[in-house]
Structure formats: structure tokens, C-alpha cells
Design a protein around this ligand. Structure first.
Ligand code: MRU
Length: 351
């Protein structure tokens, strides 16, 4: 993706270091963060310097490769099993992370260099899958469309292109008249901060809306379709995505607005029979109680926005039952959110 006329990926590996766009500084500052060791990469995932299902998958794959490289260094006693555990403990919900770690772990058992090659393949596949999702998804977008999206499932959330936003980028390039309603997505505001920044950067007309404005917009007939991403999709088609997604899906059903999920096959988890089995991350209450931004002088600030003595509860994801989902846009086409379709997709990939 182009930023200031330079092509970037969200995350990449050079030598033994992992580099990433420092997403926790956006949209106020564009900066690249270097992780020299797998511990740094783990910290970057936990602290959401890199975030988004595909991007943390790629970062975790690179972290696994870094651990294999480090294990060659006799002065740094690490065990690969412990390293794998550390990486898998960073964030629990996105399946892409576990998918990438497993692939790179198996490759690394042959040699550390092989682990690096596999990690690069995982990242490349993420890019190719996102591109294909853009192509399939753009076919769903009419000549004129007002699209609502939640959180950030754009190129920042993957290695490139993104999932929910990829069809929108392509539709715009195809000359379609697209307009995006961007849910701000509290508490971390990935919509207001990241999706809006991406769309602005790509010249796509949009407005940021409060999370609680979507019912009104849908009731007024202002939304033609909803496209969101996914962090994990169960075998029966239930989808875990950023907290607040379920609410949009229920509203979309009520107001007869098609609700689509865009995700690569690496997000599907056949071991989770239904959404009830998907682990949901609970994050620090500070993300709810405080907001971060810049003041009028451009200084970064963190301010308390809640009653000082109150506690907060901060589940990071929710599960949308398959019955609310019109279709899942994958790199292999658009499938029904249904056990049979999910099974068929996963069999195609495995064969
Ligand atoms: O907590 P985040 O920002 O890592 O959230 C994950 C996501 O990016 C969203 O849930 C997104 O909609 C899923 S697609 C990457």
C-alpha cells in the first residue's frame, strides 16, 4: 500500500529483525518499529503495535522464525517450545496467529533458515488471499453503494490489501461510487483512527460515525451493505470479530441490509465447532477508561474519560451467529456461513 508515495507492507522481516508500521501511533504519526528478537515481536503483538488478524498472524510467524534463529545462538538459552508458548500467549482470539505459528514451527524443525522461508510464505499468502478477497468482494458492490464497516479490516490489519476494505478499494478503482460509514469502534477506535486514515489515504469518501449511530442510519435506509472482517470463524460459520460486530449484524437483519464477512481460510478453525468455543480476549480496563490522542499543540495525550473510581469490563471480541451472515468472502469465493460450506472450503484447501 502506498503511504507518502512509498510502498509499504504492514509487517515484514529483514535479516533477523521484524519491522512493522507502528499502528498505535496512527493516525498522528507514521513510523516503523523494529523488533530485533522474538520477545520484542511478542511485546509488539500484545501491546497492539501490530494488530489485526492477518498482520498478527504474519508477525507471529516471523516471531517463531526469530526464535529458531535465536536458538542457534548458544549464549542465548531458549527452548523452541517455550518460545512457541510465549508467542501463542500474546493474543488468544485471531486464528491466523496460531495458523502461522504452527506452519513456521513445523518448518523450523528442519532448520532455522527453513522457518524464515516459511514465515515469508505465510506473509505472502496473506497478501495474495487479501487480494483475491478484494476481487470476489468487489463483485458484490453495486455501482453506487453506501457501505458500513466496523473496526479495521483494511490493509493495516493484514500484510497488504486487507479483507473488508479490499473490495471497497477495488470497487473504487473500477469506477464505482462508494461511500463508507466507519464505526469509530470503541474502546481503541480502530475505525476512527485506522480505517478512516486508510480511506483518507486512498481518497475514498467516508465519514466516521459513533458506534451507536448505525441503527439510525440503517433505519433511514442509508446503508446498502455491511462488510466486516473476522478474527476466527467456527466450523458452523459463527464469526468472532471486534466487539460490537454482533450488534451490527442483528441490526442489519432487522433492517434487511446484507451483512458480509470477509476473511481468508487461515481465519477458519475447524476445531471450534461453534462460536461458543472461540476464546475471547479480555483486555485492560484502561482501554475503556482512558482515551489517547493529540492535544491542540500536537502533543500525545492520554486522558481519563470515565468516572475516576469506576471499573470497566473490556471484552475485545464478540461472536456473530451464522444466521445473521449473508455470506463469507474468502480467497476461494463467497461461501455461505454454514457448516457444509465451511467444510467444503477447508477440504478444498487441504487437498
Ligand atoms: O484487536 P484488533 O485490532 O487486533 O482487532 C482485530 C481486528 O482487526 C478486527 O476484529 C477486524 O475486524 C478483524 S479482521 C482483521
Amino acid at each position: 500500500m502506498l503511504v507518502n508515495e512509498k510502498t509499504y507492507q504492514t509487517v515484514w522481516m529483514e535479516g533477523s529483525s521484524v519491522f512493522m508500521i507502528q499502528q498505535n501511533l496512527l493516525p498522528f504519526e507514521f513510523s516503523i518499529y523494529e523488533c530485533p528478537t522474538y520477545w520484542d515481536t511478542c511485546m509488539a503483538i500484545t501491546d497492539m503495535i501490530v494488530r489485526g488478524a492477518g498482520a498478527i498472524g504474519a508477525a507471529a510467524g516471523y516471531a517463531m522464525a526469530q526464535a529458531f534463529l535465536l536458538s542457534q545462538n548458544k549464549t542465548k538459552a531458549i527452548t523452541i517450545r517455550e518460545a512457541r508458548q510465549d508467542i501463542e500467549n500474546t493474543r488468544p482470539t485471531a486464528k491466523n496467529l496460531f495458523y502461522a505459528v504452527e506452519r513456521v514451527y513445523q518448518a523450523g524443525l528442519i532448520s532455522p533458515e527453513n522457518a524464515v522461508v516459511e514465515a515469508q510464505k505465510v506473509a505472502l499468502q496473506d497478501t495474495q488471499d487479501s487480494k483475491a478477497i478484494g476481487e470476489y468482494g468487489s463483485q458484490l458492490i453495486k455501482k453506487r453503494a453506501n457501505i458500513l464497516t466496523h473496526c479495521n479490516a483494511g490493509w493495516l490489519a493484514f500484510v497488504d490489501y486487507g479483507t473488508a476494505l479490499a473490495p471497497i478499494y477495488l470497487a473504487k478503482r473500477q469506477g464505482k461510487d462508494v461511500f463508507v460509514y466507519v464505526d469509530e469502534t470503541r474502546p481503541r477506535n480502530q475505525g476512527a483512527k485506522l480505517t478512516a486514515w486508510e480511506l483518507q489515504n486512498d481518497g475514498i469518501p467516508h465519514v466516521i460515525i459513533p458506534d451507536n449511530a448505525s441503527a439510525t442510519l440503517m433505519a433511514e435506509g442509508k446503508v446498502d451493505m455491511v462488510i466486516v472482517g473476522a478474527d476466527r470463524i467456527a466450523a458452523n460459520g459463527d464469526v468472532a470479530n471486534k466487539i460490537g460486530t454482533l450488534e451490527k449484524a442483528i441490526l442489519a437483519k432487522e433492517f434487511d441490509v446484507p451483512f458480509y464477512v470477509a476473511a481468508p481460510s487461515s481465519t477458519f478453525d475447524k476445531e471450534c465447532k461453534s462460536g461458543k468455543e472461540i476464546p475471547i480476549e479480555e483486555r485492560s480496563q484502561d482501554e475503556v477508561l482512558y482515551q489517547t490522542g493529540i492535544d491542540t499543540n500536537g502533543n500525545r495525550v492520554k486522558v481519563l474519560v470515565a468516572s475516576p473510581e469506576s471499573k470497566a469490563y473490556n471484552p475485545a471480541f464478540d461472536v456473530t451467529p451464522a444466521k445473521y451472515i449473508q455470506g463469507i468472502i474468502t480467497e476461494h469465493g463467497i461461501i455461505k456461513a454454514h457448516a457444509t460450506s465451511v467444510k467444503k472450503l477447508l477440504e478444498t484447501i487441504e487437498s
